[in-house]
Design a protein around this ligand. Structure first.
Ligand SMILES: [Ca+2]
Length: 384
């Protein structure tokens, strides 16, 4: 927090000269600065602009000789971003070193802006400088703080390629490139759980604040529009939060799905949600309403999506077998598309029932368990 306030003062001195009073809010402004936009867009797309010839809020000078960028209010000083031209795939890694731009600049552009070294313009768009009216669109995501700057760092930057299938289940783990995480103010606020789907998960501590600081996001792309059951995996570990709230952005709406992680281990169903092919997002932040001194863990692990099965008669008349459905979403679907997933080692090993004791070589674990629970594993041919 000391760093934050130190940089805050410098940023205020820099940005106040750009402030044009009277502009209306169109971005999600920071709690502390009503002239800076804090929101990170779900599609991670920004307009690229360039600047040089001035001091920067995090220290150092924007002299156009290295890979610097805004904005520390969206990330933090010295965070690193992989900035990609989505049309060409060309990418450079930049270091967050400055504030801004002021909100009215982003409103003029109609999009969030990353203001960066002219080097970025040159590498990605063969241009000596970039203004917002050029509308050079870039995709930017946070990468580890030790990622090398410039073009050489980009192999470490991964692209989200997982697409939610129109049938069967699709799992996006915290190790997938479609999961990203970061913090607006804190640095190094992530730890490994040492358990979870696939044997891994990460956590940060919950806070009691008006806005979240650290966040994790699962980016969702869809093969087909429709209703999908959304589940999240919660690793078995101590001192989890009671106040997790997943925000599901889908088909133009955002709904909150609260979950008491402290009483959950394994898959938890958040509900069915309607998605379109424009994509969606699941976000979880550290805003749990619990004092950070309580050290309650907010855990980030896998999410699972599967097309919701339309059974209007059953849902109206029968009791809900929630636990069974949570464990076996494909239990009634023994079609060919189920077999590869069930026989897939990471799926079986990562199931909640195998946390902490999975045997990666035990291909049959998921199959026999399905059979015991009344699934359709008996119809599967023996694994090769
Ligand atoms: Ca995991």
């Amino acid at each position: 927090m000391a760093m934050r306030w130190k940089t805050t003062l410098a940023a205020a001195a820099l940005a106040v000269s750009l402030l044009r009073p009277g502009d209306l809010a169109a971005c999600d402004r920071c709690a502390d600065f009503d002239f800076l936009c804090c929101d990170i867009p779900a599609d991670n797309l920004y307009v690229l602009t360039s600047f040089s010839g001035e001091g920067m809020a995090c220290g150092g000078t924007a002299d156009g000789t290295w890979y610097y960028s805004t904005s520390w209010v969206r990330w933090y000083c010295d965070a690193r971003l992989a900035v990609t031209n989505p049309d060409t795939g060309e990418c450079v890694v930049v270091q967050v070193a400055d504030a801004g731009p002021a909100d009215w600049v982003e409103e003029n552009a109609g999009m969030p802006i990353i203001d960066a070294s002219p080097l970025v313009c040159g590498d990605l768009f063969d241009s000596g400088s970039c203004g917002w009216s050029d509308m050079f669109i870039v995709h930017a995501v946070q990468v580890p703080d030790d990622t090398p700057l410039g073009p050489g760092g980009c192999p470490a930057a991964r692209v989200c390629e997982t697409v939610v299938a129109a049938s069967g289940e699709t799992i996006i783990d915290d190790t997938d490139a479609c999961f990203t995480k970061g913090c607006r103010e804190s640095s190094g606020a992530w730890w490994d759980v040492g358990a979870g789907y696939g044997g891994d998960a990460v956590f940060t501590y919950g806070i009691d604040a008006a806005e979240g600081d650290c966040w994790g996001r699962w980016e969702l792309k869809f093969e087909a529009a429709g209703n999908y059951d959304v589940s999240v995996h919660v690793p078995d570990t101590a001192d989890k939060t009671q106040g997790a709230s997943y925000e599901i952005t889908h088909a133009g709406a955002t709904d909150a799905a609260p979950l008491d992680q402290s009483s959950t281990s394994g898959w938890a169903v958040l509900g069915p949600f309607a998605f379109d092919t424009a994509g969606g997002q699941i976000q979880l932040t550290d805003r749990t309403g619990e004092a950070v001194s309580l050290r309650k863990k907010v855990v980030f692990d896998a999410v699972r999506l599967a097309p919701a099965v339309p059974t209007p008669d059953e849902t109206a008349e029968t009791a809900e077998p929630v636990p069974d459905e949570a464990e076996l979403p494909d239990g009634t679907d023994a079609g060919p598309e189920t077999l590869p997933e069930t026989a897939d080692v990471p799926d079986a090993a990562g199931d909640a029932r195998y946390d902490g004791g999975s045997d990666p070589g035990d291909d049959d674990g998921g199959l026999s368990d399905n059979a015991l629970e009344g699934g359709c594993a008996c119809s599967f041919p023996p694994p090769p």
